[in-house]
Design a binder for this molecule. Structure first.
Ligand code: CP
Length: 307
């Protein structure tokens, strides 16, 4: 493949193979074959986890990496993304990891990837998709439950603005999980209800296997939208409070893509509670991103190891 832009484009077999590879990287059972790929990292939107773990993955794979600051690049002078990508290709970049505010920034480039422009990895496009987050989330679920079929997954919060919700709802539904959504009506997204019902936050909490909290995305909200709740109101109505935590079954897990608004989506004391997988998700991000990069550049030897 020359692109990794939307997790829902992968077949179940390819998806499970990449997760398997990520788990092998994590356990040390699969050691990368060093090949001198050159990867450029171009983040037009802020990031801590995604940008750092892609770079850590590149280091662990032995790739050469280039970090481009968009604010100091010629994008500021008005150069188009297409010309930027063509430029990186002729300079010698093999793969480019991009986060962009524009939903679907990659739509016009997939056919060109690996030819006129570098191979493409989407590190988040506006409120569109976040496929590498989705992969690390699936990896984290597999580590706990070893399957997806029949798992009850509740996705809670700012669904409308969330690329994490969009990526995960569709793929989890396809993999056989039972997805439900909860959160403020004003942030619901009718286009996602084909993948799960909208329910009340407190319905059947005792039966959920995965409680997936979403960040309130202040940067994507208008002033009017921000005015819907105070922090305390949001936390009480839609946050994971201690009382709600205590209703969860012992085996349930709590996920959040982070950064976390402590005291808003989740009581600060619960971020590192026994049921929380939030920091495990971040750690898994390195191995998931190694597997993603590797899926675009798999050498023959590695394919042999995976058989
Ligand atoms: N989860 C996530 O994408 O975090 P960053 O925005 O810090 O990369």
């Amino acid at each position: 493949a020359n692109v990794f832009v939307n997790i829902n484009d992968l077949s179940n077999q390819d998806l499970l193979s990449i997760i398997h590879q990520a788990l092998l990287f994590k356990s040390g059972q699969l050691l990368p074959v060093m090949n001198k790929q050159v990867v450029a990292n171009l983040f037009f939107e802020n990031s801590t986890r995604t940008v750092t773990s892609f770079q850590m993955a590149e280091i662990k794979l032995g790739y050469e990496r280039i970090v481009i600051d968009p604010n100091k690049s010629s994008a500021v002078k008005g150069e188009s993304l297409e010309d930027t990508l063509k430029t990186l290709k002729v300079i010698g970049v093999d793969t480019v990891v991009i986060r962009h505010t524009l939903r679907g920034w990659y739509d016009n480039f997939c056919q060109m990837a690996g030819k006129e422009i570098p191979k493409l990895i989407n590190a988040g496009d506006g409120n569109g998709q976040h496929p590498s987050q989705s992969l690390l989330d699936l990896m984290t679920i597999i580590e706990t439950f070893d399957h997806f079929r029949g798992l009850k997954v509740r996705i809670i919060g700012d669904i409308y603005h969330s690329r994490v919700a969009r990526s995960n709802a569709e793929i989890l539904d396809r993999l056989g999980a039972n997805v439900t959504f909860a959160g403020p009506k004003v942030w619901s997204d009718p286009s996602l209800t084909q993948f799960g019902h909208v329910v009340d936050m407190d319905d059947d909490l005792e039966q959920q296997d995965v409680v997936m909290l979403l960040r309130v995305q202040h940067e994507r909200l208008t002033d009017g939208e921000n005015a819907h709740f105070t922090i305390d109101q949001y936390h009480e109505q839609y946050g994971l409070t201690r009382a709600r935590y205590d209703r969860l079954k012992d085996q349930a897990i709590i996920m959040h893509p982070a950064p976390v608004n402590r005291g808003v989506e989740i009581d600060s004391d619960l971020v590192e509670s026994p049921k929380s997988r939030i920091f495990q998700q971040m750690a898994n991000g390195v191995f998931a991103r190694m597997a993603i990069l590797n899926s675009l550049n798999t050498s023959v030897l590695q394919k042999e190891l995976l058989k």
